[in-house]
Design a protein around this ligand. Structure first.
Ligand code: ASP
Length: 411
């Protein structure tokens, strides 16, 4: 990655792109078509480039992470800790979302007309289907369609295959190392375009979602952001302090760069290189971060889980439906699963919201209500998502280091 000076300047440029994008968005409020027709396409190009490079980056970095561990048991040990951390923090996240939405009565007192609302939820798969869908029946299809959970399964199997092949797998190992490096360089080139990309993405959002549209839904935004912030500050500070012995202040200082990028791009996967760099600067080893982070960018979505909890309560209240405690527990379970199935790209969480609503029989039309503000909610949830991935990396790295130290002592 580039030197300290260069990195700082890219962050500054991204921040400038964000602020200019908001100002331009406000200016184009009278004529949002200009923003959507002429500025948004540049944001789309930028996102397309990120999508292009995401599959090789995730596939190769997870394979590289597995292969560099050299030992199937070690991958298992890191994998189990990572998934346990991800599941626990996600369940805490959605619970927080539900608690805040209930206490602050996120949907109470609104008379939003629900007439004429419609939402076609055909894309949301059922619970069992989501599990079946994780396993690919073809090697190339998931890569072509960027079905990230399936890409991870391929990376796991082939990574293990390389380790088990021993001496004969050496060529494959070298190829993975080499192509992983190449993919990262490509990603870095694309990231240099971030300031323009961020400008072009935020401007049409502000231009089309003027303050008038936002006002009635302001409470959803406030409640979701309150839960986002509490989760980031309380859950992650406590975990990095308690499990990794890391000062939360230092953690957030170094994390400010990937967090800012996640906020502006609303893509966990796009934020991956920034997150890798930040966690390594915080002291995590590359072999751990290159396994834990790409996995997290695909399956660990605490912010998305919070958002789904808050929206479920909001939609229930708007439609005058009382949710029982049992139904709220169902929401915790399905939102945890739905967030795992959510891809790390903008807007994906909203599609999976349908799965959560369906699990407790809430009307899917409610999604149309929150669709208009989705981007604003998405920016916050993505920031939470990637911070959770980094916190997990620091904790798993510390646990592994302790385990190795114990082993060395015993030897
Ligand atoms: N945009 C989010 C992410 O990339 C996913 C979501 O829509 O919730 O993490």
């Amino acid at each position: 990655m580039a030197g300290e000076k260069k990195k700082l300047s890219l962050t500054a440029w991204i921040a400038i792109g964000l602020v200019l994008g908001i100002i331009a968005g406000l200016a184009f409020q009278g004529a949002p078509a200009i923003a959507t027709d002429y500025i948004k396409p540049f944001g789309t190009i930028y996102l397309n480039l990120i999508k292009m490079v995401v599959v090789p980056v995730v596939l190769l970095s997870i394979m590289q992470g597995i292969v560099s561990l050299q030992d199937v048991r070690k991958v298992g040990s890191i994998g189990v800790k990572t998934i346990a951390f991800y599941l626990c923090t996600t369940a805490v996240a959605v619970t927080l979302g539900l608690v805040f939405a209930n206490i602050l009565q996120v949907g109470a007192g609104y008379v939003i007309s629900t007439e004429g609302l419609s939402y076609e939820a055909s894309e949301a798969p059922g619970l069992m289907q989501t599990i079946v869908n994780i396993f690919p029946s073809n090697f190339f299809q998931p890569l072509a369609d960027a079905t990230m959970l399936q890409v991870i399964v391929i990376a796991l199997f082939f990574g293990f295959g390389i380790i088990l092949a021993g001496e004969k797998g050496k060529l494959a190992k070298d190829c993975v190392d080499s192509f992983a490096e190449v993919s990262f360089k490509v990603m870095m080139m694309i990231l240099k375009l971030s300031p323009i990309g961020v400008f072009a993405l935020i401007c049409p959002v502000v231009a089309t979602n003027g303050p008038d549209v936002l006002l009635p839904l302001l409470k959803v935004i406030v409640v979701a952001y309150t839960a986002y912030i509490v989760h980031v500050i309380v859950t992650y500070s406590l975990s990095v302090k308690a499990f990794a012995g890391l000062s939360p202040l230092k953690f957030f200082k170094v994390m400010s760069e990937p967090m800012l990028f996640a906020f502006s791009s609303a893509s966990s996967v796009g934020t991956l290189p920034f997150n890798m760099d930040a966690t390594q600067r915080l002291g995590a080893r590359k072999e751990v971060s290159s396994f834990v982070l790409p996995l997290g960018a695909t399956i660990n979505m605490d912010g998305t889980a919070i958002y789904q909890g808050v929206c479920a309560i909001f939609i229930a209240e708007i439609f005058g439906i009382d949710l029982t405690i049992a139904q709220q527990i169902t929401i915790i379970l399905t939102a945890t699963l739905a967030s795992i199935g959510t891809a790390g790209v903008p807007g994906a969480g909203m599609i999976m919201l349908a799965m959560v609503l369906e699990s407790v029989g809430l009307p899917l039309e409610g999604i149309a209500l929150v669709a208009g503000i989705d981007r604003i909610l998405d920016m916050g949830r993505t920031t939470v998502n990637i911070t959770g991935d980094a916190a997990c990396t620091m904790c798993v790295d510390a646990w592994e280091k302790k385990k190795e130290a114990r082993k060395q002592k015993a030897a």
